[in-house]
Design a protein around this ligand. Structure first.
Ligand code: MN
Ligand code: MN
Length: 261
């Protein structure tokens, strides 16, 4: 599925801003399949699909949640999608992120669930997915405001758990954070290929199979030398089910364009 979605992005003439995130049940973010991953969806799974696309470094980030063949979690799905709709309706240039967080928390709570407090929306800049400003999913004292010229992803997460995610094992997603040379030439060529193809945006380990048969050990080597950052799977700390909805908004002079809808 990941290969199909990512192939579609390329066929449209765009590029992946990050590997498609496919997260099941209590996983909230940062899992992408390995090459030939044996993971399969099961009946009743709650699946988050989070897709990022860029054209010349300008990023669109959007996500949705689906349930596989059952409908046990309709209320939870509605909690995150209503919260997103609620926030999108409020968008005007100059709006404070704190008022969006309060509205998101209120919408999710009114469905009887909790927002995930340590996951947030984020501003985006050219080739930079998390550009500094965050949009909280809870009430906060952050007085930042969203101004003309900004692109911002808003992404409420709802759960029947504690409302918090923690780090799990690696989710096969990496990013180049520096380019310190290693002793082996093949390792240096490999890192150059990664940067050439994916800039400093997140990439999937399986995307590197085209650069070397030895890609998994080369990734590990660069990770150990701190040239790569690895992203851990973020899962709900109490094992709660998690739903997510996300759209990207561009703030213009006197209006706001939701450009992933
Ligand atoms: Mn996303
Ligand atoms: Mn996002």
């Amino acid at each position: 599925m990941a290969e199909k979605v990512e192939g579609l992005i390329k066929a449209k003439g765009a590029r992946c801003a990050f590997p498609i995130n496919i997260c099941v049940n209590s996983q909230a973010a940062h899992y992408t399949p390995l090459k030939n991953d044996s993971l399969r969806f099961s009946r009743g799974d709650l699946v988050k699909l989070d897709v990022g696309v860029h054209v010349n470094g300008c990023i669109a980030d959007t996500a949705t949640t689906v349930e596989i063949s059952t409908s046990n979690w309709n209320d939870l799905l509605r909690a995150s999608s209503d919260a997103l709709d609620c926030a999108l309706e409020m968008l005007v240039p100059g709006i404070e992120v704190s008022s969006l967080g309060a509205a998101i928390e209120n919408a999710i709570s009114s469905h009887g669930f909790r927002p995930i407090k340590n996951l947030t929306g984020h501003s985006m800049e050219k080739n930079n997915l998390h550009a500094g400003i965050t949009v909280p999913n809870i009430t906060s004292r952050d007085r930042s405001s969203l101004k003309p010229g900004m692109a911002v992803a808003i992404e409420p997460f709802a759960t029947d758990g504690k409302g918090q995610v923690g780090d799990g094992k690696g989710g096969n997603i990496y990013r180049v954070i520096r380019e310190r040379k290693l002793s082996k030439d093949d390792a240096n060529v490999f890192l150059k290929d990664v940067v050439k193809n994916h800039d400093h945006l997140p990439f999937a380990s399986r995307w590197c199979a085209e650069f070397s048969d030895d890609y998994l050990s080369l990734i590990k080597k660069h990770w150990m030398h701190r040239n790569l950052r690895s992203y851990a799977i973020l899962s709900e700390v109490a094992g709660g089910m998690v739903s997510q909805a996300e759209h990207s908004a561009l703030f213009l002079d006197d209006s706001v364009l939701i450009y992933t809808r």
